[in-house]
Design a protein around this ligand. Structure first.
Ligand code: GLC
Length: 650
């Protein structure tokens, strides 16, 4: 078989002929492309995917999923004797939602190698089992995408207050958006808009979209769905992803996945987890943020539930290391910030955010902080932890020093000398003062400031990107003073950044020639619409978290009140359009799940600020002293970082 004969549309061979039973699986986390050690970054050209499946056999309108495995894919094993399930295992007994993931295997193709071996040869491989065939029978048919295992939400919230009508409706909608796989809840649909004829991929579970849903469930005391989500997406991480003979890095997490019910012969059905690593996504964008969100959610799960056993599992530890491997690998980068292609985060289409966008940097920073907390310290991980510390230190210095703008800094840039050749240049990135946009000169308030959207040689993207700024506050990527100033600026610029609906995804919009060149004349991203200056209610939960951290709950309440008044009446839109967010977005979905979940999470965080404190980070003063460049001791040259440090507003 030549290499190209392995190329699959969506990376998958469908049909029973290509399916292998679990009994033939003999590797945990095996891998197709053996070259994890090759340094891989987040480039999407080309990529591919394959899926996992769980057979379902319908019997008199009941079905019995027998989890089997197709070639080169992974299988989810359903446990024996759980609730409505009767599982006939030929060899293993597992407890669903407890340990069923302990026995998950990947069938390898060519060059199969257990992932754990690749990551760390000294680490023990657990879960390796010779015989793993499990057949399950389900007593009740469960429709694809229909919620299971949930009871009606409580009407009285933890503070003793009665749930508002908006909250009641939101909980009902959130529960209706739950997706189940082999009988267990695994995530929530991106949107459930009954009027929408073309669902595109909004009928999928998006990793980033699920985060507010997960937090809402966790804060409500419901952890099963989050645990399942974390473990299932972990399995998707090790998928073979191959299109056009190229595989992106093994640690890549999908942007989204769908549970499909696929008919087989003789009344048999299989449930398949079908991930999208970007190979189907519009524009083929790389979901760089997915792995970072996955790590952040994993930590939140531990913090809120107290179930730290999950993050200590070898497969979960391996998952963290794979993501970190991908992020920390060497490349041609000159900066400690993560280099990515356009559209690799919440803004998942061309918007001129390739390079080192702030959103990715702030998620990267908090994922590193989460990983440092969660990694089991042993000989196998100590080098990784050292690398994490070094990167955290260098990254926070870089962002604090070079991304920060306020009136004083803009004035400095305005007076910059250019074409400086030396290691001691003030204008290190050769920024031409003419680049400062006119809107910014007028707009920047005397008090407050923010972190710019992106920094590259001779290029500062001065747009204000909300998520990156909010997450810099939450993760303490910014200094305490910067974090305060960002909220002050949002307060001062409330009409522009909040207006009729919290919050602008970025400010201002690209217009005219800039819109044409930078978005490629994208008709969905017209000025003040969608990603181009639209208002996204889901951002309320990050705003709330940042406000609670900085003691500005007044601002969070103001935003939540606005949202509570409008969202139910407008049917929970995905985004709003116009300069101040007055209209429901042109192509906005209604009943967008992360709008609903963002609202609920915000309310619960505001009512339980002590829980909120589990989700943010304080300044790490030790990091400020780490410098690995070695120049500080040599005396020959001066470490530029220490020279610049006086300017950082610690
Ligand atoms: C849009 C958004 C993206 C989101 C997806 C599903 O593509 O840009 O951030 O994850 O919809 O809601």
């Amino acid at each position: 078989m030549g290499p190209c004969s392995r190329i699959l549309f969506h990376g998958r061979k469908m049909g029973s002929s290509s399916l292998l039973s679990c009994s033939k699986s003999d590797h945990i986390f095996s891998k197709i492309s053996s070259n994890l050690s090759q340094n891989r970054k987040f480039h999407k050209y080309p990529s591919g995917v394959s899926g996992s499946n769980c057979f379902s056999q319908f019997k008199n309108s009941n079905f019995a999923p027998s989890c089997v495995q197709e070639s080169r894919v992974l299988v989810a094993l359903i446990s024996r004797g759980l609730g409505g399930f009767r599982c006939n295992s030929t060899s293993v007994e597992t407890r669903v939602n407890e340990n069923n993931f302990e026995r998950i295997y990947v069938q390898g193709g060519l060059n199969v190698k257990p992932l754990v071996d690749i990551i760390d040869k000294d680490e023990n491989v657990i879960g390796r089992d010779e015989e793993s065939r499990v057949v399950c029978e389900v007593e009740e048919k469960i429709d694809d995408g229909v919620p299971v295992n949930f009871e009606e939400g409580e009407v009285v919230v933890s503070s003793g207050r009665v749930e508002s009508e908006a909250e009641k409706e939101a909980w009902k909608l959130l529960r209706e958006a739950v997706v189940s796989y082999c009988g267990s809840p695994v995530g929530t649909l991106a949107a459930s808009d009954p009027g929408e004829k073309l669902p595109l991929n909004y009928d999928q579970v998006f990793i980033r979209d699920f985060v507010p849903s997960a937090l809402a469930f966790l804060l409500k005391g419901e952890k099963e769905i989050v645990r399942n989500f974390l473990l299932h997406t972990l399995q998707l991480q090790s998928w073979e992803k191959t299109v056009d003979c190229y595989s992106p890095g093994q640690g890549l997490m999908p942007a989204s996945f769908k549970v499909r019910t696929v008919p087989l012969d003789e009344n048999k059905y299989e449930e398949v987890l079908d991930p999208d690593f970007g190979e189907s996504a519009i524009g083929r964008v790389a979901p760089v943020d997915s792995g970072l969100w996955w790590i952040i959610l994993l930590r939140a799960y531990g913090k809120i539930t107290g179930d730290y056993a999950l993050q200590e599992r070898v497969d979960v530890q391996t998952g963290i290391k794979l993501i970190l491997n991908l992020c920390l690998s060497d490349g041609f980068d000159m900066f400690p910030s993560l280099l990515v292609t356009d559209g690799s985060c919440m803004i998942d289409r061309r918007m001129g955010i390739h390079g080192h966008p702030l959103e990715i940097q702030s998620l990267f920073y908090s994922a590193l902080r989460c990983s440092r907390e969660m990694l089991t310290l042993d000989d196998g991980s100590k080098n990784l932890v050292r690398a994490i510390n070094n990167r955290l230190s260098a990254l926070s210095f870089h962002i604090r020093e070079y991304y920060w703008v306020d009136m004083k800094k803009i004035n400095e840039i305005y007076r910059y000398k250019t074409e400086e050749y030396s290691t001691t240049a003030t204008n290190k990135f050769n920024i031409y003062p003419e680049q400062i946009p006119n809107w910014l000169m007028d707009w920047i308030p005397e008090e407050g400031g923010y972190l710019i959207g992106n920094l590259q040689p001779a290029h500062m993207d001065f747009r204000f990107f909300t998520l990156g700024n909010l997450w810099s506050i939450v993760s303490s990527l910014g200094t305490p003073k910067q974090n305060n100033s960002i909220l002050n600026m949002i307060d001062a610029k409330w009409d522009d950044l909040v207006g009729h609906m919290p919050l602008k995804i970025c400010y201002p919009a690209l217009e005219f020639e800039e819109w044409r060149i930078i978005t490629g004349s994208d008709p969905k991203n017209t000025p003040w619409s969608y990603h181009n200056g639209g208002s996204w209610p889901t951002l309320i939960w990050q705003f709330t978290l940042a406000c609670i951290k900085m003691g500005r709950t007044d601002l969070a309440w103001k935003a939540v009140d606005l949202a509570e008044k409008k969202l139910p009446a407008d049917h929970w839109p995905e985004y709003y359009d116009t300069r101040n967010g007055k209209f429901i977005g042109k192509q906005s979905r209604l009943y967008q799940t992360w709008t609903i979940a963002g609202f609920l999470t915000s309310k619960m965080l505001l009512e339980n600020p002590e829980r909120a404190s589990l989700l943010f980070w304080d300044e790490d003063y030790d990091l400020l002293d780490i410098c690995v460049c070695g120049l500080s001791n040599s005396g020959r040259k001066k470490c530029s970082r220490f020279a610049a440090r006086s300017q950082i507003l610690v």
